[in-house]
Design a protein around this ligand. Structure first.
Ligand code: SF4
Length: 188
């Protein structure tokens, strides 16, 4: 396992899968490296590929709004993705691309040691929680694994396509904040 500096260097020069061919920047992840809550999306889009920062486009703005509405500060959580390089035309990452990149994410999880992992959308939930995850039916439900509470919420891009889901997403974010506060107060 790498420490943060080595890990970041290794990721920034990574060519383990074909996504390296089309990327502008590797999107390593950002936020508090000691965060209690880790959010995991699917992969970078156009704005993220250009900036090297996760969730900065329209979907990122909506994620910021949901975090704020629930009482989270963006720089007090950590945000990463299943794959760190942008898939062409924002297609879903292929299984071999996810597999190649997961080692980096696992290393990040080992360093952060979050209490809560929140998957942003179906793809991340399918990789992290279970393969046949049905986001419309299972979002907001908790799974406990190796001492970590895990859940999934609608991907902000899905909320942009279908704004009627925003209410359910906010409810999930509020529940996650409540859980994070409860876990933090137990520790105090
Ligand atoms: S997506 Fe991940 S595994 Fe593939 S090249 Fe980028 S950093 Fe490496």
């Amino acid at each position: 396992m790498y420490g943060w500096d080595e890990l970041e260097q290794a990721c920034l020069s990574c060519r383990k899968c074909g996504l390296c061919e089309g990327r502008t920047k590797v999107v390593f992840g950002c936020g508090d490296r000691n965060a209690d809550v880790l959010f995991i999306g699917e992969g970078p889009g156009r704005d993220e590929d250009a900036s090297g920062i996760p969730f900065v486009g329209r979907a990122g703005k909506l994620l910021d709004d949901l975090l704020l509405a629930a009482g989270f500060e963006r720089d007090k959580v950590y945000i990463a993705n299943i794959v760190k390089c942008r898939p062409p035309q924002n297609r879903d990452p292929f299984p071999e691309e996810r597999e190649a990149c997961l080692a980096w994410l696992r290393n990040q999880v080992s360093l952060i040691r979050p209490k809560i992992i929140v998957c942003l959308g179906r793809i991340a939930a399918g990789v992290i929680l279970h393969e046949d995850y049905r986001i419309s039916q299972e979002h907001g439900q908790w799974i406990d694994r190796a001492g970590v509470r895990m859940t999934a919420v609608y991907h902000p891009a899905a909320l942009l396509r279908n704004p009627s889901l925003k209410g359910a997403a906010l409810t999930d974010f509020l529940k996650i904040k409540e859980e994070a506060d409860a876990l933090a107060s137990k520790q105090a």
